[in-house]
Design a protein. Structure first.
Length: 269
């Protein structure tokens, strides 16, 4: 496809999506369609030859757009998938066209610089110092995985990357946590029994007394506390744990129990 074909097709796509968004309020948020209908739409064999882009667009207009969950509808209440912002659609379009790899500076220098600045803004917003850093991920589940992996490495003084875990450790989180925390505990090699699911108070925040008791009990049993998972907006209720108090938890312990626990926050709503 040359630049002129790209330009013409791009205009067709923008026109198609603009019309869709113009009339989205006339649609049901959740389409009333039987699975067998959609199965019949997409039951053809694997194509052996390419199709003209206009034919593909026409098929999408007939078989996809009417039967989407219309997350841009004003009656859509969010769930986990947010309503799209048109400027975000355009941003995704630009990202796809440039397709930068920001894993290494030399193959995506401007993209790397933009990510670093965005992370700097986020750390400033939450009050972290200049030594704080991070990276942008594909979503909250991967962010939780990275957080657990870093906590594991911290707890093992970076030996777990080479030798695996050589001691029993524990992770502390609210019973209102997202399931991705459980999966991350599993995936980084701790085993799900390492997760301490703690009760919440009347506002669905993790109870600090329960956390203190769980850490003390693990200390007696020879289990090393590895990290506290704080929650910024639970999936079910949007509750936010007492983040500042969680970060100060080590001060609530007798000197013999004091430990330096990493705390990371998960956004799940």
């Amino acid at each position: 496809m040359d630049a002129n074909e790209f330009r013409d097709l791009g205009h067709e796509v923008v026109e198609l999506l603009s019309n869709y968004l113009d009339h989205i309020e006339e649609k049901r948020v959740f389409p009333d369609v039987e699975p067998r209908t959609l199965h019949a739409f997409f039951s053809q064999s694997l194509p052996e030859n390419p199709s003209p882009p206009q034919d593909v667009l026409a098929e999408l207009e007939q078989k996809l757009l009417p039967y989407c969950t219309h997350v841009g509808h004003p009656g859509y209440m969010g769930l986990i998938t947010p309503s799209p912002n048109p400027i975000g659609v355009i941003a995704d379009f630009i990202c796809s066209a440039l397709n930068q790899n920001i894993g290494v500076y030399t193959i995506g220098p401007a993209g790397v610089a933009m990510e670093r600045r965005t992370v700097r803004w986020l750390t400033d917003l939450v009050g972290y110092g200049p030594e704080a850093g991070g990276n942008l991920t594909s979503g909250g589940m991967m962010a939780n995985f990275i957080g657990l992996k870093l906590a594991r490495d911290w707890a093992s003084r970076d030996r777990a990357q080479q030798d695996g875990l050589q001691e029993r450790v524990a992770v502390y989180a609210s019973e209102e946590r997202h399931v991705s925390v459980d999966k991350a505990v599993d995936a980084v090699g701790l085993g799900r029994t390492a997760l301490r699911a703690l009760p919440t108070d009347a506002e669905f925040r993790v109870r600090l007394d329960a956390l203190e008791a769980a850490i003390a009990e693990d200390h007696k049993r020879g289990v090393r506390p590895m990290c506290i998972v704080a929650i910024f907006g639970t999936t079910n209720t949007g509750a936010v744990d007492s983040i500042r108090q969680l970060r100060r938890m080590r001060r609530m312990f007798p000197r013999s129990l004091r430990i330096s626990l990493p705390t990371f926050s998960t956004f799940t709503s």
